[in-house]
Design a binder for this molecule. Sequence first.
Ligand SMILES: [Mg+2]
Length: 246
Amino acid sequence: VIKAVYFDLDDTLYDQLMPFQLALEASGLTKLARGGLSAEAIFKRIRFHSDRLWSIHVEGKLSLSELRIRRTTEAFAEIGLEITDEAADALQRNYELEQSRLSLREGVLTLFGQLKAKGIKLGLITNGPVQHQLNKVTALGLLEVIDKSEVHISDGMGIAKPDPEVFRHVQRLSGYLPEELVYVGDAWHNDIAPSSSAGWTPVWLNARKQEPSGERIPVDYLSCQFISEVYTKLILHEQSKTGCLL
Ligand SMILES: [Mg+2]
């Protein structure tokens, strides 16, 4: 029986594309494209390079500000646009500005209400610097629904996704068994594969219709395109496992 549901933050509880689109416009980068630039495509490539460079950052070989510039210049270089470090930095600053006025994805508060009504605890597990992540948590009003002690941020823990130890650590703190825990996230590599290997039930919010990447061990997960589907998926999953209602 599900006792707690933890959520990823970025691109799970809010749409990261929206502030990014606004930041591209504010940085004058949409004009560079001459029709060839889709905000979603470039955003996906920045996230790809972000995930790739994250492990180098964790090893201490790349500062966070260097990572934020490199992920952007490399993503633009792929589509044949050379942008300066200054332009990448301006995009990052506009992105952070837009992030300070974030709003939750449609259906998030309804889902929280449904889970709480069933006595299910809510939490967050997110990668990043503590203050930066907390600013977004606060901007989104999440501390009104989620206890601050259940906001787990990688830099505060000293370990980061995709290390499955993150999930084992939070599980031990929760006092629940792995099979009583659910993780909802948007990133296959960082959220779904490692929470599954820690014995949790992952729910892949696959809003941008991505393909899972190959894993050496099979990954059990539920999948949906919209947050509003999560509750029903969980109920059906519980029924299939236990034969009784959540
Ligand atoms: Mg995410």
